[in-house]
Design a protein around this ligand. Structure first.
Ligand SMILES: NC(=O)C1=CN([C@@H]2O[C@H](COP(=O)(O)OP(=O)(O)OC[C@H]3O[C@@H](n4cnc5c(N)ncnc54)[C@H](O)[C@@H]3O)[C@@H](O)[C@H]2O)C=CC1
Ligand SMILES: O=C(O)/C=C/C=C(\O)C(=O)O
Length: 546
């Protein structure tokens, strides 16, 4: 079916409509033959039957090209988390090919940096429109690749669309500060693009989080080499085609695939890279900071792990508020299988309402978050085993399993059979929403980022204890506060060691607000002006006043 050309007004004006001339590559086969769940499933079955898994290709200087490394045979297997089946091969790009991609971004930088805001805004809006046109294709492949439900994937594609359209408008209305020095001089902030960026994204919300970096990077006139997680490379692979269709100048955005130690490490360490925007685990954030320590002027934005508290005060469990409280706490716990850095995995309830909360919460979760329907598979076998290890530890520590994967959780960790712990007939990395009570305060289940469909529910006596428990973590990314008391919203909320605090809501996102964490949850913020600070350099000009 021939897709309608975008009729977005911005598109029909100054942008050259002829797409970048394409070399035929595996992307073409997907683009025409696998654009829905049905056709993608057929595509994968045909590939599986013929033992020819899809081989992804890097997108460098506007073309999909096999890398030297891929011809050297260094490939990474990519699996479908819902079935455990191999479905794609991802090139593990070697340092020489990484450097070639960085060179392409560097070569494209001077011209892109000089484009007008209006032109960059039009490119961003065109990209947004093109992703929207292919919403279902992106959602289907994200769901197959990451394990999330198709419905959840659609939501995240919509968020990716919004990322580009937000920054398309932001740069048209960007303001800068000007000040007078007592009538003697005029000062103002002059900003220019910071240069070439490494954009490194994780496997939990692959498209959404990569576009959260790509959009401001493009908006502020920078060029980039993007590297998605080797566990979930599909949506980045599809994005390359969108950049071609948008007519983005060659080399402005380059997308390479590979792992962290080989590909990612070479990318962040390149002396030609002026900045790194990274989202992922804290350990990796530390490694990146160490690797770039000597390049002291390199911009770093590190959005890392979290172990976020949800505080439930008794007044939020009164009949008029209870449904909202339960819904928010459950959503924060189990959306995207708990694979969101903002998830509320430590629930603390005021003692007087503890039993009431546990009962209503587990009843609601059992009905609302159903494995295989509203809850997907976790992203990889490695992650599945990590989570199962924590469930076994919880059992050893004497936790009570109020809901979820008790029987299989106790299986020995070296059981290499992917034992299905759901009622699904499929094999795969399925872990049911699991709720734990009676978890000892010193248990690693309460300390470590599990990053899956596992939450603990503990109690507190009063506000002081609630704040103390919430802040008793090496992380400080997000927090949820549920109360009907207006004064308490500020009194408690402003004491929480978290970069973002949601009161009687969760994951309500205004893209202009600073997004990021404190303590081991990272360095820097992104979003609106914060993204501008990441992707631009500023010089304060002083003009004599006349
Ligand atoms: N904050 C978040 O959204 C996320 C947090 N996590 C947490 O981190 C833990 C570890 O997850 P991983 O899959 O290992 O994520 P990771 O943090 O290792 O991977 C994230 C990205 O960083 C890249 N990377 C890894 N090592 C690198 C290096 N030395 N230099 C440059 N890039 C590098 C990876 O290839 C991937 O693209 C998870 O179990 C979870 O607890 C994982 C994913 C997302
Ligand atoms: O912005 C959002 O809605 C979610 C962001 C999630 C992350 O940054 C993460 O999981 O790392």
């Amino acid at each position: 079916m021939e897709r309608e050309k975008s009729t977005h007004p911005a598109v029909m004006t100054s942008i050259e409509d002829s797409p970048v001339p394409r070399k035929i590559s595996p992307i073409d086969e997907i683009w025409t033959n696998a654009h829905s769940l049905k056709t993608a499933t057929t595509f994968l079955k045909d590939r599986s039957d013929s033992h020819t898994p899809l081989h992804l290709q890097n997108f460098v200087s506007g073309d999909f090209t096999p890398t030297v490394s891929s011809s050297a045979g260094s490939w990474i297997d990519s699996f479908n988390p819902k079935t455990g089946a191999l479905f794609a091969k991802v090139p593990c790009t070697q340092p020489d090919d990484v450097e070639a991609a960085v060179q392409a971004a560097k070569a494209a930088f001077p011209a892109w940096a000089k484009t007008s805001r209006v032109e960059r805004s039009q490119y961003l809006q065109r990209i947004s429109d093109l992703i929207k046109l292919d919403r279902e294709k992106f959602a289907v492949w994200e769901s197959i690749d990451q394990g999330k439900t198709l419905e959840r994937a659609r939501i995240e594609v919509d968020r990716a669309v919004a990322n580009f359209s937000y920054f398309a408008t932001y740069i048209l209305h960007e303001q800068t500060a000007a000040r007078m020095i007592d009538g003697v001089a005029l000062t103002y902030e002059h900003r220019s693009p910071a240069g070439v960026f490494a954009l490194i994204s994780p496997w939990n919300m692959p498209l959404y989080l990569l576009t959260w970096k790509l959009a401001p990077c493009l908006a502020f006139g920078c060029t980039a080499v993007a590297k998605p997680s080797e566990i979930t490379s599909m949506s980045a692979f599809l994005l390359g085609r969108v950049f071609q269709e948008a007519g983005l100048p060659r080399g402005v955005i380059n997308i390479i695939f590979g792992d962290g130690p080989t590909t990612g490490a070479a990318l962040v360490a390149s002396p030609l890279v002026n900045g790194v925007s990274f989202t992922g685990g804290t350990e990796t954030g530390i490694a990146i900071r160490q690797a770039t320590a000597a390049q002291i002027g390199k911009h770093l934005s590190l959005e890392l792990g979290g172990k976020n508290p949800t505080l439930v005060f008794s007044d939020s469990m009164l009949p008029e508020h209870r449904d909202r409280t339960i819904r928010i706490a459950a959503s924060a716990a189990f959306e995207n299988q708990g694979e969101i850095c903002l998830c509320g995995s430590r629930i603390y309830v005021e003692k007087t309402m503890y039993d009431d909360f546990v009962r209503h919460f587990t009843d609601y979760v059992a009905k609302t978050y159903v494995l295989g329907q509203t809850v997907g598979a976790v992203a990889s076998l490695q992650h599945y085993n990590k989570i199962r290890g924590y469930l076994q530890l919880a059992a050893k520590d004497g936790a009570t399993f109020n809901l979820g994967g008790v029987p299989a959780a106790l299986l020995p960790p070296d059981d290499d059979d992917i034992t299905v712990i759901s009622n699904s007939e499929e094999r795969g990395y399925w872990i049911p929403p699991t709720t734990l009570t009676n978890v000892p305060l010193d248990s690693l289940v309460l300390k470590d980022e599990i990053f899956g469909p596992v939450v603990t529910i503990s109690s507190f006596q009063d506000e002081q204890e609630a704040v103390s428990l919430a802040n008793d973590s090496e992380y400080g990314l997000a927090a949820v506060l549920l109360t009907a008391d207006g004064a308490r919203m500020r009194r408690v909320g402003e004491q929480l060691e978290a970069g973002m605090v949601w009161v009687n809501s969760w994951l309500v996102r205004e893209l202009g607000t600073p997004f990021g964490g404190m303590k081991n949850s990272g360095t820097g913020r992104e979003g609106g002006d914060s993204s501008r600070d990441v992707f631009t350099v500023v010089r304060t000009m002083h003009l004599p006043s006349f």
